[in-house]
Structures are given as structure tokens and as C-alpha cells.
Ligand binder design. Structure first.
Ligand code: PAF
Length: 286
């Protein structure tokens, strides 16, 4: 079966109409492209769960800050198409920014309607340094949901804050779909897969391995009975390579998203570092 590549909202909607008429379930895997095995795992899960699978590929300008990597974000549509073909994806939706947001529209909330997630979910962790990021993510994802009308949408736990915010959006806005969280996929040496790993030099990649090692150390100590987050934080910090610049290492209850001083079941341990010029995130949920 050939995967259809479309940049047209109308064409997507016409296909959806036919699938819905045939009572076929639809799975959406939203991505920004530069697909890797992490994305492949989401697509495989979607294929297992749904009759039809759409992968969206869109480097969404409204979720990038002015000094972020929007321009240099890897765009590899030919390679992405081969992966999608091989995995049996039905449609790749790869719109232009104009198709998504209109021509000449200022991509800010002076001219565009934005979804604003709850402040306590966006003024912490990645939201602290990436002002407006999650508004941009929630907005584009709601648009993608409205365009593709999925029964299920698949997101990786790697972006745990994003996953939490989007799950809350689905509940708060009574959206008629279910979000399926999927586990983090790692290289054999522990590095969490990310399209941004492509920016790393050999040396930086080696240093970056200490991110997952520090999370592992926390898990080991927690399993030995240490629950105090200060102790766990201190132990993890000693493992992080000195060339990494820590942005945050935080412990949050993954049901409320509140910061916690004691690790218990369903605690998110989330880390962000600068590795050279590249910002990397990782996490574990115990
Ligand atoms: O996780 C991502 O790749 C993006 O934030 C998403 C969900 C595709 C929205 O642009």
C-alpha cells in the first residue's frame, strides 16, 4: 500500500469522511518529522490499535521562541516518507504554515486564537524557559485533532509535560478521543531518542549519556528505599557530566503535576540540560 503524502486540509478531510462512513477507527501520530525509532514505536502502536493511521509532520512555528531552533530543526521529508511507507501509514499530512495558519497572519495571539493550558502546568519545567511553547503545542495539536478527527492520538512519554498538558486539554475541552501514552525509546547506551540528538558532536553525545545515568541512579536509590527528593537530587547531580548545564531536575506527582519532596508511585523525575548549544530533556516515571 502506498502512503499518501498530502499538504491539503481539504484532502485530509475528504479521506476522513470516507473512513468515518466505513466505521474505521483513526489513529493520529503528531510529529515534527526527522522521524526516528521513537516515532516508529508510536506509529507501530497506532497501527496495532486503529484501522487507519495518519502521521502529521509539521515543524510548528508557534511553539518555538525567537531564539530557538525553528530554522535549523531537521527537515527530512523524503526519509520520513520511506519510514512511513515501511510502517504502513495511510496518510502523511505535511502542511505548510500557510495551510495551517493562513496567509499573512501574524503568528501571535494578537491575530490568532490560542489554546492556553493551565498556568500551573506551563510556568514550570520546560515552560519556565520556553515562554509560550505549550500554548503553541496545545493550539497546533487541537487544530490537528479537528482536521483529522482521530479516535486515538499517540504521544511519547519523553515529552512528559506535553503529554500531561494535552491529556488535560482533551479532558477539559471534552474532546472525543483518547490519548495513548507511549514509553521512551532509548539507544542501547541509554540516550533517549530525540530528533535534536542529530545536533550533538561525538564529545557532546558522550557527555549526554550522563543524563539517563543520573536518572537511573535516582531509580536505584529509590528502589533501595531513599525517597527524599533532596537526597536523590544531590546524588544525581554528582553523576551529571560537568560540561552539561543543568536547567532543571525536578520531582513532580504525575497525577497532579505538583512538585513533591518525597518520591512515591507515579512520580515524574524530569530533567533538562544544555549540552553545548543543544537543549535535551529526559525523564523517568517511577
Ligand atoms: O512533540 C512534538 O513533536 C510536537 O510538540 C507536536 C506534538 C508534534 C506538536 O507540534
Amino acid at each position: 500500500m502506498k502512503t499518501l503524502l498530502s499538504n491539503s486540509i481539504l484532502e485530509i478531510k475528504n479521506n476522513i469522511k470516507i473512513w468515518k462512513k466505513n466505521n474505521q477507527t483513526i489513529g493520529l501520530v503528531p510529529t515534527m518529522g526527522a522521524l526516528h525509532n521513537g516515532h516508529a514505536s508510536l506509529i507501530k502502536k497506532a497501527k496495532e490499535t486503529c484501522d487507519k493511521v495518519i502521521v502529521s509532520i509539521f515543524v510548528n512555528p508557534i511553539q518555538f521562541g525567537p531564539n530557538e531552533d525553528f530554522d535549523k530543526y531537521p527537515r527530512t521529508i523524503e526519509k520520513d516518507m520511506l519510514i512511513c511507507e515501511e510502517l504502513g501509514v495511510d496518510i502523511v499530512f505535511a502542511p505548510t504554515a500557510t495551510e495551517m495558519y493562513g496567509n499573512g497572519v501574524k503568528l501571535s495571539n494578537t491575530e490568532l486564537t490560542f489554546v492556553c493550558p493551565p498556568y500551573n502546568l506551563i510556568d514550570c519545567l520546560c515552560g519556565k524557559t520556553r515562554t509560550g511553547h505549550f500554548d503553541g503545542v496545545a493550539t497546533v495539536v487541537l487544530k490537528l485533532f479537528n482536521i483529522t478527527e482521530p479516535d486515538f492520538a499517540f504521544f511519547g512519554q519523553k515529552d512528559a509535560q506535553q503529554l500531561f498538558i494535552l491529556t488535560k486539554m482533551v479532558k477539559d475541552l471534552n474532546l472525543n478521543l483518547k490519548i495513548i501514552p507511549c514509553p521512551i525509546i532509548r539507544e542501547v547506551d541509554g540516550l533517549a531518542l530525540s530528533s535534536r540528538n542529530a545536533y550533538l558532536s561525538e564529545e557532546e553525545r558522550k557527555n549526554a549519556l550522563t543524563i539517563s545515568k543520573s536518572l537511573n541512579q535516582i531509580k536505584i536509590l529509590y528502589n533501595q528505599g531513599i525517597k527524599d527528593t533532596k537526597k536523590l537530587f544531590d546524588a544525581a547531580i554528582t553523576i551529571l557530566d560537568k560540561n552539561l548545564e543543568l536547567e532543571y531536575l525536578e520531582f513532580r506527582d504525575f497525577t497532579t503535576f505538583e512538585e513533591t519532596t518525597e518520591v512515591k508511585e507515579n512520580t515524574l523525575i524530569a530533567i533538562a540540560v544544555k549540552c553545548g548549544k543543544t537543549r535535551l530533556i529526559d525523564n523517568e516515571i517511577v
